[in-house]
Write a new protein. Sequence first.
Length: 220
Amino acid sequence: MSNPATRRASRRGLDWLALAGCLWILASVALAHEGHGPATPSPPPAPPPMASGGTHDAQAWFTDTLLKDQNGRELRFYSDVLKDKVVMLNVIFTHCTDACPLITRKLREVREAMGTELASQVTFVSISSDPANDTPAVLKAFAEKQGVDGPNWLFLTGGQDEVEQVLGRLGQFLPSPEQHSTQLIAGDVAGKRWSRIRPDAPAVAIAQRMQLLAQPLAGR
């Protein structure tokens, strides 16, 4: 009979295998922007690396790749952006004229539908698929134009290799900025609970999903 420590390690391993499966699904159903060419099939992300004791390590999986937010701050992707947070992730590029501003406005509506208390528990993270053009200053202007610049909404960019590494861990391997997925990724990072959400879902329904993810925070 296995001992309790072994059973806990096994459960943690299954948690991270489930996350890898979720991100593989995201890669396989990537949606192209309306008005742009179809998304090319993306290979599934590699299995998350194994940490000591047979458990999967979230930091190794998501990586602590250095990115910059809209204020020019350097942030480690896992330790500073994701760790112990409830997050709403999406991918944008600022010279997009169709889906990106529309989805950003939808997420603003989601945040408003949450109410102040719930919204303070959720971090919105928009990652640029066009880091060559989307500098921190450009992202700052985009965030201000959309009315979403604030401490609970990060717009991330960085070097091309760094951004590609992070996007690859989210199941997005992009031959061009326009071919990123428009799907939303909602996650309770500490609880290892993840789901994908269509961006055309009603704002109230998305807010309710985020409430379900945020509820366990009170008990931690």
